[in-house]
Design a binder for this molecule. Structure first.
Ligand code: SF4
Length: 411
């Protein structure tokens, strides 16, 4: 198993001003209380006029392709349909980031009519879902399948799943990946986000030079838990079961160029059979050509595009990864000629490694963060918004040992 060399991957071209995604939060209300959530659950829906203003501010600050309509859970907002319609009316892709609890097929049909392009479901075993407590990630796949089948039955919508990865669930990541592979025709993206929190024991936190109490912040952590699972560790876990698993592209950290904050793999295959992985050149071509053609980096391909795996392998064999996938597929067809007629699908696998606090207290964020939301009319990391709300600025983290040394030096 080789360590991933970031310089062999394609560095996604996303940046602050030009990025596939923005992150809209029309509400902070949620109907679940997930372990790793980073937003205070409050029933404070924004009115649609304010949402419209935010969409216009986003458009002024950033060139973007899609809007992640998140929260809280956006389905808690009574006017979610109108919000979807407004995103779509601005020529952007409306994507709902939801836990799915409030979703019915009728609502989904209506949202699609308003212009919905896709959904990202957050489903994992640590959400305290009524009826789904104490389940493994594999058992949670039954619920994932229900949502994926509901989306497929409506048709034409992108369907993604994300789950938070904890120290006691990381070994189950390959189970979720296998489930996604077995449903590659209806699941277009699967995302693993490693758990993070502001650890209270190891750091002091300062806002504008003053020591602050982080304990009331929803993503602070008093107990000892792992908050340092890396994308590399997740990939190593996957490769124990699937040694051929290959990432193709990444976003680095703001402090560490070799940290893999967003790590993307694209795999090609049919239900239950993966033929191979696209390489960095293919991802580069897709992002560059989309930007040339549409003027924006690509967020969320349509299910129709993602089912063109055969023609993609045939026409893009200049990419080493796709050439390998093509060879594997041809051998599979030789063994079973009927499989020539099976649709080949493309599925994205993302591993996201949010903020890392380095030993010296520096904060290593995602460079080119796609999930930026708005605070006071400015772009802000959505994963740390509570700091701005509580203290009016980002907090600095100072290792406890360092704080002790500073106090001695000041004497
Ligand atoms: S910086 Fe935070 S909000 Fe932005 S992509 Fe990384 S984890 Fe998400």
């Amino acid at each position: 198993m080789n360590e991933i060399d970031h310089s062999a991957l394609y560095r996604l071209p996303w940046n602050l001003a030009d990025n596939p995604i923005v992150w809209l939060e029309p509400t902070q209300a949620c109907n679940l209380a997930c372990d790793g959530c980073y937003r205070k659950n409050e029933r404070n829906h924004k009115c649609v006029e304010d949402v419209q203003k935010e969409l216009e501010t986003f458009a002024r600050l950033r060139n973007y392709d899609g809007v992640s309509i998140a929260g809280g859970d956006p389905l808690c907002h009574p006017e979610v349909g109108d919000i979807v319609r407004r995103v779509s009316a601005m020529g952007r892709k409306a994507i709902l980031n939801t836990n799915g609890v409030g979703l019915t097929r009728e609502l989904l049909v209506d949202l699609k009519r308003q212009g919905l392009v896709g959904l990202t479901f957050h489903v994992d075993s640590r959400q305290g879902r009524p009826g789904w407590r104490d389940k493994t990630e594999l058992e949670m796949c039954e619920l994932r399948t229900r949502y994926a089948e509901m989306v497929a039955s409506v048709g034409g919508l992108a369907c993604a799943f994300n789950s938070t990865v904890y120290e006691d669930t990381i070994e189950q990541v390959p189970d979720v990946l296998d489930w996604a592979g077995a449903n590659i025709d209806i699941v277009h993206t699967v995302v693993f986000i490693t758990y993070r929190a502001a650890v209270l024991q190891d750091y002091d936190y300062y806002a504008q030079g003053k020591l602050v109490d982080m304990a009331p912040i929803v993503y602070s952590l008093a107990e000892q838990r792992r908050t340092d699972i890396s994308s590399r560790e997740v990939v190593r876990t996957i490769q124990k079961r699937h040694p051929d698993f290959r990432p193709a592209a990444y976003l680095n950290g703001t402090e560490r160029p070799d940290s893999l904050k967003w790590l993307m793999s694209l795999r090609i295959g049919e239900r239950g059979k993966i033929h191979g992985y696209a390489g960095p050149k293919f991802v580069e071509a897709v992002q560059s050509l989309h930007h040339l053609w549409a003027g924006r980096y690509l967020a969320y391909s349509s299910p129709g595009m993602l089912s063109m795996g055969r023609s993609t392998m045939a026409t893009c064999a200049w990419d080493r990864g796709l050439r390998g996938a093509l060879g594997h597929w041809v051998r599979a067809v030789r063994k079973d000629p009927l499989s020539l007629f099976k649709t080949q699908h493309i599925q994205a696998v993302l591993v996201i490694q949010p903020i890392d606090i380095l030993e010296d207290g520096r904060q290593n964020m995602c460079d080119g963060c796609p999930d930026m939301t708005l605070h006071d009319g400015q772009l802000a990391w959505s994963c740390r918004l509570e700091e701005l709300k509580q203290f009016g600025c980002w907090v600095n983290s100072v290792p406890r040992k360092q704080a002790g040394r500073d106090a001695i030096a000041a004497q």
